[in-house]
Design a protein around this ligand. Structure first.
Ligand code: ZN
Length: 491
């Protein structure tokens, strides 16, 4: 590989050069959504962060297998293995089959991701499609003595595990202290210790989503699906595991414990976590009333929003921060992102207006190298964007006639913009987002047809003239002949 990518490894707490286990292949697993509601801004950040990584790894020459799971069973309302299954609850409230809930929100999730230009992963496995594998995984953990059966459920024995290994190594939590100060449960709970987590839960009689197992009719614990499916599709050791920082504890800590307990060794080489998005300085939460779905952003239909925001504005806003830094949403910040994205799009559109000269008198030489350098430094997208803006300034200087650029340098500049803006950052020019600039060729084509029609009319070729008007009208254009000429609009 020509480019040397370094990424921050949450496990070792330092930046490390990315060296895959089996080059040119690279495997990445990212925790996907629990599909019981519409995707919100908090879903957009990990999706875009790991889409960026997926795109970049492919761009620099790796063959990437990107697995992003769909949680459709086992994610209970609270982390202490209590409460109703989130999907079963939604199904009960809406009188639907749980899988209807899953399909409905999964379709909507895919649509939102498509709007954000997030590429589909290579494999999108569902937890409910891997019950057999999860049961086998639990058997291994039981065989190795790190789990116990209690009242038909199976729990992971955190204290036992922590004697032999280190529970808390990823999150940096000191479990010894916590274990020492935690009161032993008084026998009212099935768990030996409140830190223990469910690998298998016996289903209550009213629970719809249930499968047979050696221990009870029930369902798998939430943390288990990721250990099982990542191993199934990427192997017993693989390169990258990603997710939001909110999943670091307990979810990812539990994944490590499960893998070590089942296989005797860790699975993941690089743990990567994106930081959270706050809204006006506050954590997002349904109870705080600041929970804005992506669709609400796209339509502007939420009391906290002063306008609608195009999907590319959201994507650009997220990329304007390095993925490990916090990002605060406000209307002002999004409006600034909207303007900046517009300026960058205009810069790109202006590139095609430049007439090359014999010499280059503007500084564009190192632009591509600088963009790579920033990407290689733990995907530092704000720096990449600032370099692209240096390019925009150079383009404007040339267009204003204050400098010139040679054909070769212009070509190089176009390629750098196209590579970084579109292929790597995954931005996309839609008509509205390019400030109308992308509409130009389309408008010109309609104008051209109307010009041909005018000419036909002047030759008294009514057949051609009517044909053009009728066909345009059938496609959905409204054509109006006035004294000044012909006007058109989309019906
Ligand atoms: Zn997960």
């Amino acid at each position: 590989m020509e480019q040397k990518l370094t990424i921050y490894n949450t496990l070792t707490r330092r930046k490390e050069e990315f060296v895959p286990l089996n080059p040119p292949y690279a495997g990445m697993y990212v925790c996907g959504p629990t599909v019981y509601g519409d995707a919100h801004l908090g879903h957009a950040r990990p999706a875009i962060t790991f889409d960026l990584l997926f795109r970049y790894l492919k761009h620099i020459g790796y063959k990437v297998r990107y697995v992003r799971n769909i949680t459709d069973v086992g994610h209970l309302e609270n982390d202490a293995d209590e409460g109703e299954d989130k999907i079963a609850k939604k199904a009960r409230l809406e009188q639907l089959e749980p899988m209807e809930v899953v399909q409905f929100y999964l379709n909507r999730y895919h649509k939102a991701m498509e709007s954000l230009n997030v590429l589909p992963p290579s494999i999108e496995p569902h937890a409910s499609g891997h019950i057999i594998e999860q049961i086998e995984y639990i058997k291994k953990i039981l065989d190795h003595g790190y789990a116990y059966v209690s009242e038909g459920s199976v729990y992971f024995d955190v204290a036992k595990y922590n004697k032999d290994h280190h529970y808390g190594k990823l999150s940096g939590r000191n479990i010894d202290e916590l274990l020492a100060t935690t009161r032993e449960l008084d026998g009212q709970s099935e768990k030996h210790n409140s830190f223990d987590f469910a690998l298998w839960k016996k289903a209550a009689p009213e629970h719809i989503m249930r499968w047979p197992s050696p221990w009870s009719d029930g369902f798998p614990g939430w943390h288990l699906e990721c250990s099982t499916m990542s191993t199934k599709y990427l192997g017993e050791t693989f390169d990258i595991h990603g997710g939001g920082m909110d999943l670091l504890f307990p979810h990812h800590e539990c994944e490590i414990a499960q893998s070590v307990a089942a296989q005797g060794h860790e699975t993941v080489h690089y743990w990567m976590h994106n930081n959270m998005i706050t809204i006006n300085g506050q954590k997002m939460g349904k109870s705080l009333g600041n929970f804005i779905t992506l669709d609400q952003f796209f339509t502007g239909n939420h009391p906290l929003l002063t306008q609608a925001y195009a999907p590319m504005t959201i994507r650009f806003f997220i990329l304007q921060a390095q993925y490990r830094s916090t990002l605060d949403f406000s209307n002002e910040a999004l409006q600034a992102a909207e303007k900046a994205w517009q300026r960058l799009s205009e810069g790109w559109n202006n590139l095609s207006r430049i007439v090359p000269a014999a010499e280059t008198t503007v500084d564009v030489k190192e632009l591509r190298a600088k963009c790579y350098e920033a990407m290689n430094d733990d995907l530092n997208t704000p720096i990449v964007i600032s370099h692209l803006f240096d390019g925009v300034r150079a383009i404007n200087t040339v267009l204003a006639g204050h400098a010139t650029i040679s054909e070769a340098d212009l070509c190089e500049l176009k390629e750098t913009f196209s590579t970084f803006m579109f292929d790597i950052l995954g931005l996309r020019l839609d008509a509205a987002e390019a400030g109308g600039a992308a509409l130009e060729p389309f408008e010109k084509a309609v104008d051209l047809l109307l010009e041909v029609r005018r000419e036909a009319k002047s030759r008294k070729d009514w057949a051609t003239s009517d044909l053009i008007r009728d066909r345009l009208s059938a496609i959905g254009f409204e054509i109006k002949d006035t004294k000044e000429g012909t006007e058109w609009k989309i019906k």
